[in-house]
Design a protein around this ligand. Structure first.
Ligand SMILES: [Zn+2]
Length: 305
């Protein structure tokens, strides 16, 4: 009996983390997997991110590969259940590790990896990632860091099986210093990466509040019918609204605090924006965002725009 229990325990621990991914159809030929509105934890296996795949006659194009090798492998299994097709390209929207650590799985399937210049600059093969530290080696499993095949500096247009995909960096610094959007002009579907969040608070620690607002305006100017953010479940034409109003309100409140000589030590206590307190991750991220906004807006001159 004891040995049976030991065997069961061994088999259970040897199993990769089970993500239970369910593809959600967001538009014709476009499916996404939606992650939890949480930070990375062992319990969620890093599945707090949205990833998508576009089906074409020639194969799939994956937008963001997710937090681990096992996640990407399980996503691939789901894709194959829809249609038995190869993955031609994987496009990484930015260099935060929840969005690209599945790359090594897709590389093993001969997909071409595309991403921003910041991936090439900041992602070093063999480095320890935030995901690895949080998940531990068992859940992290076979995850490896791999280099990109193609770096996008400004824009790149792909034609895959007759489907046009426009990849573009909209502003020089927004959520990070290299945020790519992917746009399907014929379907008016826009994959925004972390330029769009909803249902939870964003983090502007590697980016810019002014740039983030500008990027949202540029997204809206294209009048997409479907907008998929890196985090959050809302995918309609108004998916930008929650983040835009959060950032605009923060900009006004912080500029006001600067006008009134509120110090950086005081500003996080003053700009609490209670309207957003119920939003997920407010407690963890909001005051840091205010702090970062203060540092940026101290140097900001609206007339120079
Ligand atoms: Zn993210």
């Amino acid at each position: 009996m004891k040995s049976i229990i030991a065997l069961c325990l061994f088999l259970w621990t040897a199993q990769a983390y089970e993500y239970a991914l369910t593809p959600v159809k967001v538009s014709e030929d476009v499916h996404c997997f939606f992650g939890a509105l949480e930070n990375i934890t062992k319990e969620n296996g890093g599945n707090m991110v949205n990833t998508c795949f576009v089906q074409t006659k020639q194969g799939f194009v994956v937008i963001d590969s997710g937090p681990t090798y096992a996640y990407a492998k399980q996503a691939y299994t789901q894709m194959q259940m829809i249609e038995n097709l190869p993955v031609k390209y994987v496009i990484n929207t930015h260099d935060h590790d929840d969005h690209w650590l599945g790359n090594s799985f897709y590389k093993s399937k001969d997909a071409l990896l595309i991403g921003p210049r910041t991936y090439e600059q900041n992602v070093v093969v063999g480095m320890e990632t935030r995901m690895q530290r949080t998940l531990g080696s068992e859940i992290y499993g076979k995850t490896e860091i791999v280099s990109l095949d193609t770096v996008v500096d400004n824009n790149l247009t792909l034609n895959v099986g007759g489907k046009i995909l426009e990849i573009q960096q909209l502003v020089s610094k927004a959520h990070t210093q290299g945020d790519l959007i992917v746009y399907l002009p014929d379907e008016k579907v826009l994959f925004a990466g972390d330029l769009v969040f909803n249902g939870r608070v964003t983090s502007i620690r590697d980016g810019s509040i002014i740039g983030s607002i500008k990027a949202l305006e540029k997204i809206e100017a294209r009048h997409p019918k479907v907008i998929i953010g890196g985090h959050g479940y809302k995918t309609d034409a108004n998916a930008t609204q929650a983040l835009k109003s959060y950032l605009l309100e923060m900009k006004e409140a912080v500029l006001d605090a600067l006008d009134n000589d509120v110090s950086i030590e005081q500003v996080t206590k003053k700009v609490t924006m209670p309207k957003y307190k119920e939003m997920k991750l407010y407690d963890i991220l909001h005051s840091r965002n205010v702090f970062e906004a203060y540092r940026e807006l101290e140097m900001y001159d609206e007339d120079e725009e």
